[in-house]
Design a protein around this ligand. Structure first.
Ligand SMILES: *Cc1c(COP(=O)(O)O)cnc(C)c1O
Length: 219
């Protein structure tokens, strides 16, 4: 199946319930262009410099999503290009984003990444850290960023019940915070679990290998 066929298949499954972010990390410009030609405009990357290089070479109407762990010293590379940062997991990172966005005279939208998996390796905040950030003086005084929702990654397991429970938990948290903080975006679901995520109320899925094919083992 071609990239365009994969996209069409996914779009028919997802319908209008959710935004499809095509995760293009490690993939070459030609494949991204193929997806772009097929009408795709939202793309996800997880390395700051890789996003910067791709954004500079590809059409300007692409909406770039940063989905990986973001180090503070890399924020400057993505600020001119990024549409939505999915992976904010600390106040210090938020502070750097606001500072760089202010310098660039842009307002940047971000999601807070919540830890929902039973795996040590996944990044993210717990519920009390989440509250702490939302209520922080820093966020209240931030002028060039807006927290628009939550993101989470479920445990990498074939046990669908475990995955569903984790997504349900995140959806409940999202619904709880949504009215107070005017949330719009709940980013959950990848190639292996997007159907479960959609059933659980996701409105943004991040899908890579089902569109572009498998990546190498390390990323
Ligand atoms: C790589 C990645 C994805 C996409 O993974 P696939 O299994 O290829 O769909 C989604 N979200 C995050 C945070 C990722 O790092």
């Amino acid at each position: 199946m071609s990239v365009a066929e994969n996209l069409n298949q996914l779009k028919s499954e997802i319908g209008t319930d959710a935004i499809l972010v095509a995760v293009s990390k490690t993939k070459p410009l030609e494949l991204i262009s193929e997806a772009y030609e097929a009408g795709q405009r939202d793309f996800g990357e997880n390395k700051a410099q890789e996003m910067q290089e791709k954004a500079e070479k590809l059409p300007k109407d692409i909406q770039w999503h940063f989905i990986g762990h973001l180090q503070r010293n890399k924020v400057k590379y993505i600020i001119p290009h990024v549409h939505l940062i999915h992976s904010v997991d600390s106040i210090r990172l938020l502070e750097e984003i606001d500072k760089r966005a202010t310098n660039a005279n842009r307002t940047v939208q971000v999601l807070l990444q919540v830890y929902i998996a039973k795996e040590e390796s996944k990044f993210g905040l717990d519920e009390s850290e989440l509250q702490e950030i939302l209520k922080s003086v820093l966020y209240r005084n931030a002028t060039h960023l807006k927290i628009v929702g939550l993101m989470g990654m479920a445990t990498n397991t074939s046990n669908q019940e475990t995955v569903a429970k984790e997504f349900q938990y995140l959806k409940e948290l999202y619904d709880q915070l949504k009215p107070t903080y005017q949330f719009t975006t709940l980013s959950m679901g990848m190639s292996n679990d997007y159907q479960i995520a959609l059933d659980c109320g996701s409105n943004m899925v991040r899908i890579g290998s089902k569109i572009f094919g498998e990546r190498g083992l390390t990323n």
